[in-house]
Design a protein around this ligand. Structure first.
Ligand SMILES: NC(=O)C1=CN([C@@H]2O[C@H](COP(=O)(O)OP(=O)(O)OC[C@H]3O[C@@H](n4cnc5c(N)ncnc54)[C@H](OP(=O)(O)O)[C@@H]3O)[C@@H](O)[C@H]2O)C=CC1
Ligand SMILES: O=C(O)C(=O)[C@@H](O)[C@H](O)C(=O)CO
Length: 274
């Protein structure tokens, strides 16, 4: 089984650098998909209340018999639950669906700045963290301005900002803002939902290093220090996406992938998504 490196968060907690994402996996297929991932060696799972499949994740965790302290479980607070009291209720509901007594990471899914609730929401995350019910708290889709507003509140800083990053959308300013505040960048849709895998620059490097295009893109993330959470329901790909630690890309190969930046956002823009 591959040994997955960890990244140290700003509170000293170790987070696996590669996790398994479950967006768009139907609830009744999630337990089986997560079971495949756990058998392949993944120990970090990324879900969200909005994905509607936390119960499936919980069922797979329970059936696996893997010790709780070997797992790293992330879920996210959905936009309509933002606000102090509603966040506390949503946190309890997610824990219940997952069948866990604590989380490893809890994220605010989107800033939804138009609603003006993300600072109150962050205070609620600080409370559940203080209570020891979650080992680390963070945000997702926060632009530098949102992140700085949270930092200005004082108290515990976000440990992670989970944002869209792949070769076609690298968000270098957001990554730099994260770095400046000691916040780890976690890349969502790290494969651009498979949209960059037939790019000739990627396929050319894949041929040169005798790996698949997906492995090349995931290795580019890993060498640049990001946490990644690729999703697949295909057992061979689930395995392939973890086999990233016995080869290396050269500086020129990394630069060739950097050059694919094309403002190619696949998801909503954080300033406008509510
Ligand atoms: N915080 C946020 O707002 C967001 C968070 N996320 C998180 O990020 C995770 C990953 O992002 P996601 O949008 O799912 O996209 P990914 O970039 O992980 O791509 C998933 C797609 O790529 C295909 N794929 C996976 N591995 C391979 C491979 N080795 N070769 C060829 N094709 C492959 C999958 O197909 P198949 O499954 O058929 O094998 C699927 O169609 C999500 O599951 C979720 O946890 C995602 C979006 C937003
Ligand atoms: O997958 C997620 O985590 C998301 O937040 C997005 O998929 C988001 O809900 C979206 O793309 C809505 O169109």
């Amino acid at each position: 089984m591959p040994v997955i490196p960890t990244i140290e968060l700003n509170n000293g907690i170790a987070m696996p650098q590669v996790g398994y994402g479950v967006f768009q996996i139907p609830e009744d297929e999630t337990a089986q998909a997560v079971t495949h991932a756990l058998e392949a060696g993944y120990r970090s799972i990324d879900t969200a209340a909005a994905y509607g499949n936390e119960s499936g994740v919980g069922a797979a965790l329970k059936a696996s018999g893997i010790a709780r302290d070997e797992l790293f479980i992330t879920t996210k607070l959905w936009n309509s639950d933002q606000g102090y009291d509603s966040t506390l209720r949503a946190f309890d509901a997610s824990l219940g669906r997952l069948g866990l007594d604590h989380l490893d990471l809890y994220l605010i899914h989107w800033p939804t700045p138009k609603h003006g609730k993300y600072l109150d929401t962050w205070r609620a995350l600080q409370k559940v963290h203080e209570e020891g019910r979650v080992r680390a708290i963070g945000v997702s889709n926060f632009l530098p301005s949102h992140l700085r507003a949270v930092a200005d509140l004082g108290g515990v800083l976000p440990a992670v900002n989970q944002i869209e990053v792949h070769p076609a959308l690298q968000q270098r300013d957001a990554q730099e803002a994260n770095r400046a505040l000691g916040v780890v960048t976690e890349a969502w849709s790290p494969l651009a939902q498979a949209g960059v895998l037939d790019n000739p620059a990627v396929t050319g490097i894949a041929t040169a290093v005798d790996r698949t295009p997906a492995q090349v893109v995931l290795r580019w993330h890993v060498q640049q220090g990001r946490v990644i959470i690729p999703k697949s329901v295909t057992p061979s790909r689930i395995q392939e996406n973890l086999d990233l630690f016995d080869f290396e890309l050269s500086d020129d190969q990394l630069a060739a992938i950097d050059a694919l930046e094309s403002d190619g956002r696949t998801g909503p823009h954080p300033d406008f998504f509510n």
